[in-house]
Structure formats: C-alpha cells, structure tokens
Design a protein around this ligand. Structure first.
Ligand SMILES: NC(=O)c1ccc[n+]([C@@H]2O[C@H](COP(=O)([O-])OP(=O)(O)OC[C@H]3O[C@@H](n4cnc5c(N)ncnc54)[C@H](OP(=O)(O)O)[C@@H]3O)[C@@H](O)[C@H]2O)c1
Length: 247
C-alpha cells in the first residue's frame, strides 16, 4: 500500500488528488493551513482511515519540521510526496515587493522547505517520488503573472536540477504543469480560461500519469502544445504576439 504526503491539499487539485489516491489504495497525509478543511477531507475519505490531516504552513520552517515529524511518525516510508501548495496574485503595473515576497515564500521557498525535510528520508530509503506542482505559466513570461510566473519557472528549473542529481540515489523528482483548472486559486480570474478543467479531472490525469516514466505531467495537451510552441518562438516574435493578445 503506497504512502503519500500531499502538501497543499485542503482545496482544489490537492484535495481532489487525495480522494483519488485514497480510492487507489494509498494512505494519504494531507497538509495545508486550514485544519478544519483537512479534517473534513479525512472524515469524508472514500476509504475510511485512508486520509489523515497534518496542518502545515510552508512559510514557517518550524511548522514544516513539525508536520514532517508527524507524517513520519505515521508513515514508515514515503513513496510519493506532492508539493502542491500555491498562491496566485495577479500582478499590477507598479511592483509591490511585499506581494512578490509572499508569493515566492509560498510557491518557491515553501517547496524548498518541504524538500529539505522529505529528501533525506527518501535518499536514506533509496526510493520515493517527489512531484512538484509548477504550471504551464512557468514556460514563458506572461502579462499579469509577474509575481506568480517566475516562481513557477523557478520550480521547473529546480525540478530539472534535482531530477538529475537524485537519480543515482533512487529518488525520482517530477514536475506537474497544469493548464487552467477551476479551483479557488483561479476564481479571481476575470478573463476567459481556455480548456478549463475541473479539479477532479486534473487529479484524475495526474493519477493516471503516476506509473509513467515521464519527468513532466502536463495537461490539457492543446494548452501545453500551444505554450510549448511559444517557448521556442524567438523573443521578438513572442513579445509581439503577447503584446497583441493583451491589447
Ligand atoms: N488552478 C489552476 O489553474 C492551476 C494551474 C497551474 C498550476 N496550479 C498550481 O496547482 C497548485 C494547487 O492549486 P489549486 O489550483 O488547486 O488552488 P487552491 O485550491 O487554492 O489550492 C492551493 C493549496 O495550497 C495551500 N496553501 C496555500 N498557502 C499555503 C501555505 N502558506 N502553507 C500551506 N499550504 C498552503 C492551500 O491551503 P490553505 O489555504 O488551507 O493553506 C490549498 O490547499 C498550486 O501550486 C497552483 O499554483 C494551478
């Protein structure tokens, strides 16, 4: 029976993932700040007892260490760790450094804090898989994503580095790059979101991709292909295209 920890599991993709994995036979530790939502998720688990709550604030090292101790006291080994906590703010023309700092602390440094407690365990065991949720918004700079996009680009880069470095130790590091998914995070978007998926569908696609050998789990494919094409466009063509889109 696989042992799994999902950080960022109180709502959206993480919560849906917990339900799917519990159904698939995993024992799942679910973490986020909202203890009440985590308890509801555990209570309503499709398999009684398969989900248990472990509150965490990824911005605080002590909280991450306490959560890890609690997870490891319940789970003898860790097969999968989803680092999925995220915060999204539409950026404005004038940069507010405190917004950038907060988004970076959750999206990027929050993942780094979790890696610091999870990787030694997996390296010691010589096995385990870490899946970092980035975004296709990390492929290239997008308008209004000044605070969010760079954190996701940084996660893709970090995942690539760790995937290579940790392979000899038997630890797999992968990246999950979703397109638009209907969750509390995207509820603030006032623009059309092409190929929007429900959180349940996104979770389903992640679970289906788990046994595959791919480094990246990205969906839906029309959005992924479009963004990957933009990634290889020369800068001048890309910036001119994005400028037209904004106008
Ligand atoms: N929705 C999309 O279209 C989309 C697309 C690409 C990538 N993503 C990424 O997918 C991931 C999940 O997002 P979602 O769309 O499912 O949004 P969501 O429903 O808002 O989920 C975000 C999760 O992160 C947790 N979180 C936020 N701040 C935290 C903190 N300081 N400490 C611990 N947990 C924290 C939230 O729980 P609490 O508030 O209870 O702490 C929640 O469980 C994020 O990394 C997001 O960037 C989403």
């Amino acid at each position: 029976m696989p042992h799994t920890w999902i950080v960022g599991a109180s709502t959206g993709i993480g919560a849906a993932l917990a339900v799917h994995l519990a159904r698939a036979g995993h024992t799942v530790a679910v973490s986020a700040r909202s203890a009440e939502r985590l308890e509801t998720l555990a209570r309503e688990s499709p398999v009684p007892g398969a989900i248990f709550p472990v509150p965490i604030d990824v911005r605080e090292r002590a909280s991450v260490e306490a959560a890890a101790a609690s997870v490891f006291s319940r789970l003898s080994k860790l097969d999968y760790c989803f680092l999925n906590a995220g915060k999204y703010e539409l950026s404005r023309d004038l940069i507010d450094p405190s917004v950038y700092e907060e988004v970076t602390r959750v999206n990027y440094l929050g993942v780094v804090e979790c890696l610091a407690v999870v990787l030694p365990r997996m390296i010691q065991a010589g096995s385990g898989q870490v899946l970092i949720t980035s975004s296709i918004a990390g492929y290239r700079g997008l308008p209004k994503a000044g605070a969010y996009g760079p954190t996701k680009a940084a996660l893709i880069s970090l995942a690539e580095t760790l995937a290579v470095e940790l392979k000899p130790a038997g630890v797999r590091v992968r990246v999950i790059n979703p397109g638009f998914v209907r969750t509390p995070l995207t509820a603030k978007n006032r623009f059309p979101m092409p190929f929007l998926l429900e959180a349940d569908e996104a979770a389903c696609r992640i679970v289906r991709a788990l046994p595959r050998r791919s480094f990246e789990i990205a969906f839906p494919w029309p959005m992924v292909m479009g963004m990957k094409l933009l990634r290889i466009l020369p800068n001048r063509a890309y910036l001119s295209w994005v400028g037209k889109m904004v106008r």
